[in-house]
Design a protein around this ligand. Structure first.
Ligand code: KIV
Ligand code: ZN
Length: 392
C-alpha cells in the first residue's frame, strides 16, 4: 500500500522535507543521529511522507536516508534524485529498505532552468520520460517535480506532467521554487493541470511552496482548495532563503478553520511544540518570538485588556488552545502593560492571596518596576512581596 491511498476528497497527505529542503538552509546541517531522532519524531506525529535526504549528495546523506528507511514504522520514506539514472539508482539503494519507499525525481522546467543543462523542450521531455520510467521500474511509488513550475509556460508544463504520468509517476509535485506565486495563481495552476492533463485524476498533485514573499502557507492552502492533496512543508518553515511552508501553520490552519477548509491531516498536533524545539536546537535556527503557532509569544499575553479577557474566557484572545500543540498553558507575561487582574492571578499562583487595598499598594510598586524592566519575572514578584511584608 502506498501513501497515495491516504489522500481522499478530504484527506491531505503531509510530506515533510525538513531533513532535505530544510537542511539545505545554509548552516542548518544536522548530524546522523540528529536526523534519525527527527525522523522518529516525524513518524510518531503522523507525517505521511518523510523526505529523508538527497542520497547522491554525500555519503553521509546516503547513510542517513538508509538508516531512516530501516527505522521508520509508519511513514513513506522518500529520497531525492536529479533526472539521471545514477542519482535515481543511488536513491533507490537508500530508500529500498523502507516498508514504504518512494523515489522523488525532478528537473527544472522553466526557461531559466532549461538553459542550465542546455536541453531544448523536446530533449527535456524525452529525459523526463526516460528517468521517470527508470524510477518506476525500481519502485512503485514515484514522485516527479517540474522544478520552478510556477514560472514554466503552461502548455509545456501540461505536456511534461502528462509525460511523467504516462511514465508511471504516482505523485506530481508542483514546486514554487522561488516563492514567486500568489494564492489565486497557485490555485489556478492546480485547477488548470487537473482540467487539461489526461490522467491527472489518477495521481496526487502536491504543492511545494517557498516563502520568499511570505505567502507559502497561503499558497499551499489555496492549492489544496483547488485539488492538490499533498502539502510539502518543513518544521518551523526551515528551508533555503526565507524557508518552506511551515508544517505547523498548514496543519493548524486546516484544524482551526476546518469550517471553511474541510480537509483533514493525520498529524497529532499535540506533538508540534516538542518537534519544533528539537528542530530549532539541532539546526541552530531559533524560532522568531512572534512566529505563528510555535513562537514564544504565540500564546503569551501582556496587555491588561488581553490578560483580563483571557482570565475570564480564553477564547477572547486565542483561536486555539496551547494544549492543542502540546504546550502546557497560555503565558501571562507580566510587564508594564499588565493590569490588576493579571497581577492578582499571578500572585495567587505564587501563593499570595491579597486584599484589595494590599493589591492596590503592590500594583503601584509593580508598575514602577515594570517601567524599569522589559519583563517582570516570578522571582521579581516574590521579591516585591517580601519587601511588602518587611515594610508593613
Ligand atoms: O523547491 C524546489 O523546487 C525543490 C524541488 C527539488 C522539489 O525543492
Ligand atoms: Zn524546495
Amino acid at each position: 500500500m502506498t501513501d497515495t491511498t491516504k489522500a481522499t476528497q478530504d484527506r491531505v497527505v503531509i510530506f515533510d522535507t525538513t531533513l532535505r529542503d530544510g537542511e539545505q538552509s545554509p548552516g542548518a546541517t544536522m548530524t546522523h543521529s540528529e536526523k534519525l531522532e527527527i525522523a522518529g519524531l516525524l513518524d510518531e506525529m503522523g507525517v505521511d511522507v518523510i523526505e529523508a535526504g538527497f542520497p547522491i549528495a554525500s555519503e553521509g546523506d546516503f547513510e542517513a536516508v538508509s538508516a531512516i528507511a530501516k527505522a521508520a514504522q509508519n511513514a513513506v520514506i522518500c529520497g531525492l534524485a536529479r533526472a539521471n539514472y545514477k542519482d535515481i539508482d543511488r536513491c533507490w539503494e537508500a530508500v529500498k529498505h523502507a516498508r514504504q519507499p518512494r523515489i522523488h525525481t525532478f528537473i527544472g522546467t522553466s526557461p531559466l532552468h532549461r538553459a542550465i543543462p542546455n536541453l531544448d523542450m523536446d530533449q527535456m521531455a524525452e529525459r523526463i520520460h526516460d528517468t521517470v520510467t527508470h524510477a518506476r521500474n525500481l519502485c512503485d511509488n514515484v514522485q516527479w517535480s517540474p522544478m520552478d513550475a510556477t514560472r514554466t509556460e503552461h502548455d509545456y508544463l501540461c505536456r511534461v506532467v502528462e509525460i511523467a504520468i504516462k511514465a508511471g509517476a504516482t505523485t506530481i509535485n508542483i514546486p514554487d521554487t522561488v516563492g514567486y506565486t500568489a494564492p489565486r495563481e497557485s490555485a489556478a495552476l492546480i485547477r488548470m493541470l487537473l482540467e487539461r492533463v489526461p490522467g491527472a485524476d489518477r495521481i496526487i498533485f502536491a504543492t511545494h511552496c517557498h516563502n520568499d514573499l511570505g505567502m507559502a502557507t497561503a499558497n499551499s492552502l489555496a492549492a489544496v482548495e483547488a485539488g492538490a492533496r499533498q502539502i510539502e512543508c518543513t518544521i518551523n518553515g526551515l528551508g533555503e532563503r526565507a524557508g518552506n511552508t511551515a508544517l505547523e501553520e498548514v496543519v493548524m490552519a486546516l484544524k482551526v478553520r476546518n469550517d471553511i477548509m474541510p480537509y483533514r491531516t493525520g498529524i497529532d498536533t499535540t506533538k508540534i511544540m516538542n518537534i519544533s524545539r528539537k528542530v530549532a536546537t539541532v539546526s541552530g535556527f531559533p524560532v522568531q518570538f512572534n512566529k505563528a503557532i510555535v513562537g514564544k509569544n504565540a500564546f503569551a499575553h501582556e496587555s491588561g485588556i488581553h490578560q483580563d479577557g483571557m482570565l475570564k474566557n480564553a477564547e477572547t484572545f486565542e483561536i486555539m488552545r496551547p494544549t492543542d500543540i502540546g504546550l502546557a498553558d497560555t503565558s501571562l507575561v507580566m510587564g508594564k502593560h499588565s493590569g490588576r487582574a493579571a497581577l492578582r492571578a499571578k500572585l495567587r499562583d505564587l501563593g499570595y492571596e491579597l486584599a484589595d487595598n494590599q493589591l492596590a499598594d503592590v500594583f503601584v510598586r509593580f508598575k514602577a518596576l515594570a517601567d524599569r524592566k522589559k519583563e517582570v519575572y516570578d522571582d521579581d514578584l516574590v521579591a516585591l512581596m517580601q519587601d511588602q511584608t518587611t515594610s508593613a
